[in-house]
Structure formats: structure tokens, C-alpha cells
Design a protein around this ligand. Structure first.
Ligand code: B16
Ligand code: MG
Length: 218
């Protein structure tokens, strides 16, 4: 029996794909005749592709038929994928691989809990796929974060109780989802933004082995 399950969000926790999402959304906005800033892109973190496009069109005051909406969804994703294709191991955020290796050594369960429908190819590209026993992503959920569905499916997959799961997240909605699921929530990023988390770290370089050991044993 494993002690704990560690559930990782993808964008903003394992890799910084937010910058590629931004470039693809910005390109679409510019094509549609308006600007899209990096500050506005903050609202898109952890949010599904469909919801992002709804927000983007609201920002540009643009109305679209269902057919047009679907075409823009495809266009944005195709553009995003041109960046993903070029990704490699060098894009893994600092110390993430070390933490994954340590958890494996300690025989802990590891899952991915992401809103992205591109999660699996991204993990493959950066060479981290073998670390994950379960991948729950945008293709497997019906409800977006802050709904806890994504993390609860991961817990069920790994046959672990929610209270024995620890979630690493960079978005407010993701931290809320983990809290609602009754899991331990760890905010990765700005402490002021992620103040609802049980613990906060700027990134994994700040996390000591002692802290992870404590999480496993508690
Ligand atoms: P895709 P996460 C999220 O991933 C991103 O933070 C968010 O910006 C993106 O819109 C969403 O995935 C959907 O991504 O278009 O690839 O399906 O942070 O939950 O890992
Ligand atoms: Mg994220």
C-alpha cells in the first residue's frame, strides 16, 4: 500500500506552457483586430480552451456563430501545437524532475491533473511520461476547475483516499478544486494570489526534501 498520491497540474507547475498559450491567443486576437496583453493572459491559467475563447471574444466584443467559434478553437490549438512540437527536456521547470524522482524512489503514487487536452503529448515531449501512473486531463473531465472532478478521478484511478492526496497547482481555481476535494493543496507561484493553499512555494527550488518527507508521513 502506497502512503500518498501526489497530483501535479501541468501548465505552470511542470512546464511553462502559458507563454505558448499566450502567443497563440494573441495571434488570434490580432487577426480579429484587437490587442491581448500578458496581464489578460493571467485570467486564462487553468481555464479550459473553450472558456478561454469565450473570454477572449468578450474582450474583443466579438460575436460568433457556433461554427466560427469551433473554427477559432481549432486555429488556436493548431498554432499552439507548433510551439509544443519544439519542446524538449530543457523546458521542464527547475527541480520538478528531482521531486518526481524522489517520489518514485519513495514508492509514492504520481498522477497528472490538468485542464489541457494536450497534456499527454507535452509530457511525452519533455520525457516525463514514464513517471505518471495516471493522467487525468481535459479529455477525461466534464467539469472544469474549481470543480474537484479532475483530482477526484485521479484519486480513484490510483485507489487513494482524497485526504491522502497532495496537489501541486499554480492557479486559484486549481487550489480551490483541491481544497473542495479535501486534499492537501500546495500553491506553486505567487503566495498572495494563491493564499487559499495549505502551503505555498514560489517554485520547486524552494521546497526542501524534509518537507516532502513530512507530507509522505503525515
Ligand atoms: P489546451 P493546466 C491549462 O492547463 C492551462 O493553464 C490553460 O491556460 C489552458 O487553456 C488549458 O490548460 C487548456 O489547454 O488548450 O491545451 O486543452 O494548468 O490545467 O495544466
Ligand atoms: Mg496550471
Amino acid at each position: 500500500m502506497k502512503d500518498k498520491a501526489f497530483i501535479f497540474d501541468l501548465d505552470g507547475v511542470i512546464v511553462d506552457t502559458a507563454k505558448y498559450h499566450y502567443l497563440a491567443w494573441k495571434k488570434l486576437a490580432n487577426e480579429l483586430g484587437f490587442e491581448f496583453t500578458e496581464e489578460q493572459n493571467e485570467m486564462f491559467k487553468g481555464v479550459s480552451r473553450k472558456r478561454c475563447l469565450e473570454i477572449l471574444l468578450d474582450l474583443g466584443n466579438i460575436e460568433a456563430s457556433q461554427e466560427q467559434f469551433d473554427r477559432w478553437m481549432v486555429e488556436k490549438n493548431e498554432d499552439y501545437l507548433t510551439y509544443i512540437e519544439k519542446m524538449d527536456e530543457s523546458e521542464i521547470l527547475p527541480k520538478v524532475k528531482k521531486v518526481l524522482k524522489y517520489l518514485k524512489k519513495k514508492d509514492q503514487s504520481i498522477a497528472l491533473g490538468s485542464a489541457s487536452k494536450n497534456a499527454q503529448p507535452i509530457l511525452e515531449k519533455v520525457g516525463l511520461l514514464p513517471y505518471f501512473e495516471s493522467i487525468v486531463d481535459g479529455n477525461s473531465v466534464t467539469k472544469a476547475k474549481p470543480d474537484p472532478e479532475v483530482f477526484l478521478i485521479a484519486a480513484k484511478d490510483l485507489k487513494m483516499k482524497p485526504e491522502d492526496c497532495i496537489v501541486f497547482e499554480d492557479s486559484v481555481a486549481g487550489i480551490q478544486a483541491a481544497n473542495i476535494a479535501n486534499m492537501v493543496s500546495i500553491g506553486i507561484g505567487d503566495e498572495k494570489v494563491l493564499h487559499e493553499a495549505d502551503y505555498n512555494f514560489k517554485d520547486f527550488t524552494e521546497m526542501k526534501k524534509k518537507f516532502i518527507k513530512k507530507l509522505i508521513k503525515e
